[in-house]
Design a protein around this ligand. Structure first.
Ligand code: SF4
Length: 337
């Protein structure tokens, strides 16, 4: 596969280039790569090293993204390349997200946007999810595929850390229908020490997505001793509720992995308490994640409390939402149905 000239960069003096795909806004000298490790300055031309180099392709239930209020029970054709603009010490996909940084390798099958859309279609998927690693860093592939998918009646979803620039989001927004964005913490210290990033750009992305009308759900991986204080959970949930109380918030259970192995899994009780906090702060839909069989996997009407959707893990057992409404009290349920 040929190398692809990057989108969203500009040339500066002495053949240096400034990438503005994500909020690192790397200034890259000739021969160097950006923080994500997959964008290289080749004699003044910023080049994507992962265009069409797909490391993972799976048909997943959309609930696995997780998206609980977006075409529930449908299939989502999920793709990724290697690389990430974050360095999360607790990454669950570090083998592929950190492959360029940790192993100096860029692996993947040669796949075109046409092939991805064709495969998505023949698998009966309603959406294509750009996921597993950070889609922003393979933006050229994601944007080309998303454009084609939209034209063929397939919707597009980003599962993202939310670090893309406003320019990137504006460029993509006509073809981006839904997103699950991680809000990993509500402190800058956590973002700096655990991820190598900053909090503020993520908050701006969440605001911008809501303004643009992209369907948004948010996930927080709750890690013992790092982001699990009552105060932090309250601040985070309040921010979301102020933005839009209809944003579904997924609180997910941490298990030790990658570089964060010095602490145990999140106690189920902490996740359940955080769910209560979400409701106390005004959110209407709060879910527990990585706790299969938990009560917090169910969707209950925010008005009358009726059971709307019963799930086990990623599987929808029963969906009673009718034309986007509760069958009991007829309240509108926020989502894409
Ligand atoms: S996408 Fe990569 S090269 Fe571009 S600003 Fe982000 S980390 Fe830097």
């Amino acid at each position: 596969m040929t190398m692809k000239e990057a989108y969203l960069y500009k040339k500066e003096t002495e053949n240096r280039v400034r990438c503005f795909l994500c909020n690192h806004r790397c200034l890259i000298k000739p021969g160097d790569r950006g923080i994500c490790g997959v964008r290289e300055n080749r004699e003044g031309i910023l080049t994507s090293l992962v265009y069409g180099k797909v490391i993972a392709r799976h048909v997943d239930p959309i609930e696995k993204k997780p998206l609980f209020h977006f075409l529930p029970g449908s299939k989502s054709y999920s793709v990724a390349t290697v690389g990430c603009n974050f360095k999360c010490r607790f990454c669950q996909n570090a083998d592929i997200s950190q492959m360029p940084a940790d192993h100096h390798r860029i692996w993947g099958d040669d796949v075109t946007p046409e092939m991805i859309v064709d495969d998505a279609r023949s698998s009966g998927s309603a959406t294509i999810a750009y996921t597993y690693t950070e889609p922003t860093i393979y933006y050229e592939l994601a944007a080309d595929t998303a454009r084609l998918a939209t034209a063929r009646g397939i919707k597009n979803i980003f599962v993202s850390n939310g670090y893309m620039t406003e320019e990137c989001l504006e460029d993509l927004s006509p073809d981006l229908h839904g997103a699950n964005v991680d809000l990993k913490s509500f402190t800058d210290q956590f973002y700096k020490q655990q991820c190598g990033a900053k909090l503020a750009p993520v908050l701006r992305t969440l605001q911008k997505m809501k303004e643009t009308g992209i369907w948004l759900e948010v996930t927080t991986l709750m890690i013992p001793g790092l982001n699990d204080s009552e105060e932090e959970m309250k601040d985070l949930a309040k921010f979301l509720a102020d933005l839009d109380p209809g944003i579904p918030w997924h609180i997910s259970r941490f298990h030790p992995t990658y570089r964060l192995t010095d602490r145990s899994s999140t106690p189920a009780e902490s996740i359940r308490r955080a769910r209560e906090i979400g409701y106390e702060m005004g959110l209407k839909y709060v879910y527990t994640g990585n706790l299969p069989g938990d009560e917090g996997e169910k969707t209950l009407c925010h008005e009358c409390g009726d059971l709307l959707m019963d799930r086990y893990g990623f599987y929808v057992r029963n969906n009673r939402i009718s034309n986007g409404k509760c069958p009991h009290c007829h309240s509108e349920i926020p989502g894409v149905w």
